[in-house]
Design a protein around this ligand. Structure first.
Ligand code: PMP
Ligand code: GLU
Length: 395
């Protein structure tokens, strides 16, 4: 018998963000200059003191297995950092360190969902949520949010989506791909329904340090008792420019975290020991690098906001956080570009890459046709040329 793919894996789509980034890299390898606004990762190098800590860890012989759920001192540092910022009192026994926040999300879904459970997933959503939910045998129930509502889930829309099968709500705040940032009051209105309807919340807060001009509220701080029904996801990828190191984590009620630690001991064992020491240095070390990168991102966000406003027929909701512009391109669909008919956001992104060598990601990959996502985690020079080319492309 030849090897056949299981039914569950058949249903999983590859990551569109990584696919667009791979296409951009392919063109680059062919000698093209590509302006890559596709994948969302800081363009900064990991700060020096963090790299030094990794080298020191290697030299000190920290090159063996650690506790499967993560180094105790790293879990303590994660809790200390989160508790200091939120006033909550998480303990290391409530923390599981994984191979990136993506893996932590997989653990959260796989660990908390049964086949047939429904998860309310506000769209536009980050590409991996729907696929990871399906991998657990559960069903993503997509709820469209609107540009007019700032792409935020409203209490009415949440209520309308809930059925007897609904088990979980996914909240990405600040949002990838829209940059939407929820206020405390907006979260409180959703939390009330979460409690009334007895739901679990996966709160993906990986962009919590990248909030511009507002203030970030972590979901479990809204109401007493929310900690018992919330799984908080975070990691070092975005905050410390450490995407390649693959360290993320979840914070959850202790019995859940304990069971996930056991699952991870069977699936992957510990995340890379050296990366864990680097993450420890990131969390315990000087935090000025975080502020410095944020200042730079904010500068770029202001620049990109202006560029989009200046191009006829484009608009984007205000970017309260993260590092993405979610650009409404609907006025520019259904027309030809150098003789090529472009009807969908996928056509548009592929032609923009082909004709102008600017890589973005189609809105359809985020469950929202008529838009394109353009990361602004790129140098000012790259952004200037990329937006010049987008303007040329549309003209
Ligand atoms: N959540 C969101 C919203 C993201 O944008 C990303 C970026 N890839 C992740 C989770 C995963 O991050 P990582 O696996 O690099 O820690
Ligand atoms: N979160 C980033 C993005 O959305 C990284 C790529 C990925 O993991 O999807 O582009």
């Amino acid at each position: 018998m030849s090897v056949e793919v299981s039914k569950i894996v058949q249903g999983v789509e590859p990551s569109a963000t990584l696919a667009m980034s791979a296409k951009a890299k392919e063109l680059k390898a062919q000698g093209e200059t590509v302006y890559n606004l596709s994948v969302g990762e800081p363009d900064f190098n990991t700060p020096e003191h963090i790299c030094d800590a990794a080298v020191a860890a290697m030299k000190a012989g920290h090159t063996r297995y650690t506790v499967a759920s993560g180094l105790p001192e790293l879990k303590q540092a994660i809790c200390d950092d989160y508790n200091a910022r939120t006033g909550l009192a998480y303990k290391p026994t409530q923390c599981v360190v994984s191979n990136g926040a993506k893996h932590a999300l997989h653990n959260a879904f796989f660990g908390a969902l049964n086949p047939g459970d429904e998860v309310v997933l506000p769209a536009p959503y980050w590409v991996s949520y729907a696929e990871l939910i399906k991998l657990s045998g559960a069903k993503p129930v997509i709820v469209q949010t609107t540009e007019a509502d700032g792409f935020k889930l409203t209490p009415e829309a949440l209520l309308a989506a809930i059925t007897p099968q609904t088990k979980m709500l996914l909240l990405c705040n600040p949002s990838n791909p829209t940059g939407a940032c929820y206020s405390r009051d907006e979260l409180a209105a959703l939390a009330k329904i979460v409690v009334e309807k007895d739901l679990v919340v996966v709160a993906d807060e990986i962009y919590d340090h990248l909030v511009y001009g507002g203030c970030f509220t972590s979901f479990p701080t809204i109401l007493d008792g929310l900690q018992d029904r919330t799984i908080v996801i975070n990691g070092v990828s975005k905050t410390y420019a450490m995407t390649g190191w693959r360290i993320g984590w979840l914070l959850a009620p202790e019995p859940f975290a304990k069971k996930i630690g056991g699952l991870q001991s069977q699936e992957t064992s510990n995340p890379c020991s050296i990366s864990q020491y680097a993450a420890l240095a990131a969390l315990r070390g000087d935090q000025s690098c975080v502020e410095a990168m944020k200042v730079e991102f904010e500068k770029r966000r202001n620049y990109v906001t202006q560029r989009i406003a200046d191009i006829p027929g484009l608009s984007a909701p205000a970017m309260g956080g993260a590092f993405y512009a979610f650009i409404n391109i609907s006025a520019h669909l259904g027309r030809q570009y150098n003789g090529v008919q472009v009807d969908t956001s996928k056509d548009w992104c592929l032609e923009l890459l082909q004709q102008k060598k600017v890589a973005t990601v189609m809105g359809s990959a985020f469950g929202c046709e008529g838009y394109a996502r353009a990361s602004f985690a790129a140098s000012m020079e790259t952004l200037e040329i990329a937006y010049d080319r987008i303007a040329e492309f549309l003209a």
